[in-house]
Design a binder for this molecule. Sequence first.
Ligand code: RIB
Ligand code: CA
Length: 314
Amino acid sequence: MAPRKIIIDTDPGQDDAFAILFALGSPAELDVVGITTVGGNVPLALTSKNALKVVELAGRPDVPVHAGCPAPMVRKLITAEYVHGETGLDGADLPEPVTPLQSEHAVNYLVRTIMDSPEGELTVCTLGPMTNLATAMTMEPRIVPRLREVVLMGGGFFQGGNATPAAEFNIFVDPHAAHKVFDSGVPVTMAGIDCTYTALMTPEWLDRLRATGSRAAIEAANLADFYRQYGTHKFETPARPIHDACVTGYLLAPQIYEQRQCAVTVDIVSPETIGMTVVDWWHVTGRRKNCNVLRRIDPAPFFELMLERISALP
Ligand code: RIB
Ligand code: CA
């Protein structure tokens, strides 16, 4: 069976790096045709440089990286250096990339690539604010029916939010973009914090990853050591959710997720709950079930698979 073609839209971020390495370490199942970057965890110039660093770390400088939107569609950019550090990839000592960014803007790349690909072939995986994808849908609405699926890290419901009590960071940063994507009619699968909070990276697992000895595995473990520092006070555990990698895990092993097709809407109006993904888990609204909501993961097979794939990289 031919590998599934995906575009990864991302704001690296240590957990984005894990998601990308996990995907690039799975070439039999996934063909990463391109990466697009967005302002999110850190500003666009840094997320773009970080994406280049990650593809070089994976030994895959052939994967084109296109820089996209520096800010959300309506609101001002909110970044998360308090989690990811000033560079966005604090923790690892990665050299300045030698691979150039592509000259084509990410939004133009998304439109062109989706329009030029066979209908239903491409999946877009968003790991940050969905500004690029929503802008592409605005620029060329015909891309919507051509997409196979959008698999995103973002949102939540039972766990509330991590940026506000109601909203998860990716959705909170650009709620208007998220609203457009969820409302577009494209098949959406959402790995919200309900799911990612069950994907807890432990110190023991990181020791095993580092011990596999590949440079990618060692640097990934170094990234995680920094990333784990935030939130230990909040969660009172050294285990930390590896949010974005849950997207890659779903593409590779959907059977290890508890999931349910639900109606999901994104709040873009209420000052207190803007960016909240309102999940109709019990179907009380009768609205169209537009989203496959991932609620839990089975961590054992997830982390075994991720260790196997990242350690397979050089
Ligand atoms: O809320 C977690 C999400 O926000 C992850 O994608 C992380 O990288 C940050 O972008
Ligand atoms: Ca991210």
